[in-house]
Structure formats: C-alpha cells, structure tokens
Design a protein around this ligand. Structure first.
Ligand code: INI
Length: 153
C-alpha cells in the first residue's frame, strides 16, 4: 500500500495569516503561538505575512484573496468569537467557519481555521497559550502538515 503523509517541516514554506482585531488581547496570543510554531518547525518568520481585518466575519474574504494571490502555500485564520452577551455570536461563528472552508475549496489552497469560539473570556484565555494549549499554534501545525500532504499527492 502506498501511503501519503505530510511531515511537520515548515522549511521553505510561505504562509499568509489573517487575524482579526476584535478581541485582540486573545488574538495577539494566537498570532504569537502561530509564529512560534512556524519557526520551531524550521520556517523563517520572514516568510510569514500577517493581514489584519476588523472581526472574524471579515476573515474569509481576505483569506480567499490571499489564497488566490499565488504567494502563499497556505493561509492561517486567527480570531476569537466569544459568546458573552452578544446576539451576534452564532452568526459570526458560523459564517466565519463556513467562509474559511469555502475559501480553501474555491482557491485550492489550504486555509486552516484558528478561530476560537468560546462561551467566555476565561475559556478563550485557556486556549490562547495557557492550560488548554494555543489554537493559533494548532492552526499553524495543521497548515504546515497539509501543505506537505498536498505536495505529496
Ligand atoms: N467579531 C469577532 O471577531 N469576535 C466576536 O466575538 C464578535 N462579536 O461577538 O460580535 C465579532 N463581531 C464583529 C464581526 O466579526 C464583524 O466585524 C462586524 O459584524 C462587522 O461586519
């Protein structure tokens, strides 16, 4: 049986990152986790390009544009949608996730989802570099792996 698996080497990869300013206290930790992950897996931080958008709702369009530009092997999306008291929560969370999947399929370029969707700020902090890991690093390692999978197809 032939097996195709992606290794976790980021050497030579160029990655676009789209990050939202909304909840920037959290999102800045996700950006840091993503960059740290990329460098620790052999990538050069100069091969990362970071674009900011207002909120998670705006991430898919910019992710699609970056993916279609031909400049990046993958695009990593970072944001934080926190339920709190906002009636916006379900709409923003659902539309950003659907839009990210659509951006990947439409462009043919891997686009990974590092958008936290949590019920509280505490849960977001836990997933932004404290006791439950860092969702930005998770989205970056997925991007590194899937780029290498796609190269092997
Ligand atoms: N954007 C987020 O990134 N996180 C949120 O938690 C959030 N909430 O809760 O409202 C949020 N809303 C803004 C949205 O992403 C758009 O920027 C806005 O609706 C303008 O299109």
């Amino acid at each position: 049986m032939k097996r195709i698996e992606g290794n976790l080497s980021a050497a030579g990869q160029k990655i676009g990152i789209v990050a939202s300013r909304f909840n920037d206290f959290i999102v800045n930790r996700l950006i840091g986790g993503a960059e740290d992950c990329f460098v620790r897996h052999g990538g050069n931080s100069e091969d990362l390009t970071l674009t900011f958008v207002p909120g998670a709702f705006e991430i898919p369009l910019v992710a699609l544009k970056m993916a279609e530009s031909g400049k990046y092997d993958a695009v990593v999306c970072l944001g934080a949608v926190i339920r709190g008291a906002t009636p916006h929560f379900d709409m923003v969370a659902n539309e950003s996730a659907k839009g990210i999947a659509a951006a990947s399929l439409r462009s043919g370029v891997p686009v990974t989802n590092g958008i936290l969707t949590t019920d509280s700020i505490e849960q977001a902090i836990e997933r932004a570099g404290t006791k439950a890991g860092n969702k930005g690093a998770d989205a970056m390692i997925s991007a590194i792996e899937i780029v290498n999978v796609v190269k092997g197809l």
